[in-house]
Design a protein around this ligand. Structure first.
Ligand SMILES: *Cc1c(COP(=O)(O)O)cnc(C)c1O
Length: 379
């Protein structure tokens, strides 16, 4: 019988300590092993702790195999460059993580790899953008910072029809809320720095997929060397034991806060896929198990968003996301700072937009924190 996801978080892939009978996975930080007995080496992705954690993440994503990297972007770049060669073409959704955009814009050209950013929700546009040399379709859902939803089944079916590899960055949803392989996606990437780690103290990434694809990434990944240390692997395995509990608490807090903000006269707009007024609420309901801990919202013009953020006592103004602690950031001043203000406006990212990563604090405290600061800062 297949176990439920919370049980998998705790038990999947753990190393049994046969020698001392401890109840958790031992850590094997060795970087050198007896060559007559094994070819184990951390950069070959085959240490005991890497294999154990890969097993756990594979179980969470319904994948045959997984591979770990030293960062989310290490996972993205190693995966892309494992499948691409000079002359290939890649289609990317026009709303993806800034670091991935920088990777594509600055590095792909050097290797004569062509790319198109499009709104892949427009299926006709997607189909007409596919060329003979298109190798990869790459996207995220929900997107940053506006929490737009992409129809995963639709993308995977177009990709399959055209023999193209489909890759999703599943970081914002986490494996608790969305398992894209069940909808036909080939490869699922996580910045484990976010929900998988969950405590804002780990930098790591993962890729999950079928054995053939993961073997290919391993083969090239050994050359790229974007590995992580087994200390981090061990800590990440420990962190994932509470992933289901954390994310479910974040889902519930976020849904309650999205409703609270949506009803406030001091808020102009809330972007959260769990709200019935979200443009793609139906698609989100079909493909997501929970709606996640990420949302964004715009305060009314009579409130300066910076003053509002500065007055918050519990929710901290930090750039990254997905920790157990709530945090808030201004995309126009951080992730999208370098984007031309005109384009920013077109994308819907106003100066008053705030991206909110909801933590696991008590809902009453979070609500009060938001409410007080909103009311204190109306001009
Ligand atoms: C943070 C993030 C990344 C990059 O991950 P790092 O661990 O910082 O390299 C990629 N995609 C998304 C959606 C992210 O939020």
């Amino acid at each position: 019988m297949s176990k439920k996801i919370g049980t998998k978080c705790v038990h999947s892939g753990n190393i049994v300590d046969d020698k001392f009978h401890g109840s958790i996975s031992p850590i094997y930080p060795a970087t050198t092993y007896d060559y007559r007995k094994t070819d184990t080496y951390p950069r070959y992705f085959n240490t005991p702790n890497q294999l154990a954690l890969s097993r756990k993440i594979s179980d969470l994503e319904s994948a045959e195999d997984s591979i770990l990297f030293g960062s989310g972007l290490g996972a993205v770049s190693s995966t892309m460059f494992s499948f691409l060669k000079s002359g290939d073409h890649v289609i990317l959704h026009d709303s993806i993580y800034g670091g991935t955009i920088n990777l594509v814009n600055t590095e792909f050209k050097k290797f004569n790899i062509d790319f198109s950013y499009i709104d892949i929700n427009d299926v006709d546009l997607l189909k007409s953008t596919i060329k003979k040399n298109t190798r990869i379709i790459y996207f995220e859902t929900p997107t940053n910072p506006l929490l737009q939803i992409v129809d995963i089944s639709l993308i995977s079916s177009v990709a399959k029809e055209n023999d193209i590899i489909s890759i999703i960055d599943n970081t914002f949803a986490s494996p608790i809320n969305q398992n894209p392989i069940n909808f036909g996606i080939d490869l699922v990437i996580h910045s484990a720095t976010k929900y998988l780690g969950g405590h804002s103290d780990i930098l790591a990434g993962s890729v999950s997929g079928n054995t053939e694809h993961i073997e290919k990434i391993k083969k090239s990944g050994i050359n790229y060397g974007a590995n992580l240390s087994d200390y981090t692997v061990w800590l990440l395995e420990r962190s994932i034991k509470t992933l289901s509990v954390r994310v479910n608490a974040q889902n519930q807090n976020a849904l309650d806060l999205a409703n609270f903000l949506d009803e406030s006269p001091l808020i102009k707009k809330v972007y959260y896929p769990g709200l019935k007024n979200h443009l793609s609420h139906d698609i989100a309901s079909r493909q997501m198990i929970g709606f996640g801990g990420m949302m964004s919202f715009e305060v009314i013009d009579k409130i300066d968003s910076e003053d509002f953020v500065s007055d918050l006592k519990i929710i901290s103004p930090t750039m990254s996301l997905a920790g157990v602690e709530s945090s808030i950031t201004s995309p126009s001043k951080t992730s999208h700072k370098k984007v031309d203000p005109q384009i920013r406006k077109k994308l819907g990212i106003s100066d008053n937009l705030l991206r909110f990563s909801v933590g696991i604090e008590d809902i009453e405290d979070l609500m009060l924190d938001l409410d007080k600061s909103l009311k204190n800062n109306v001009r």
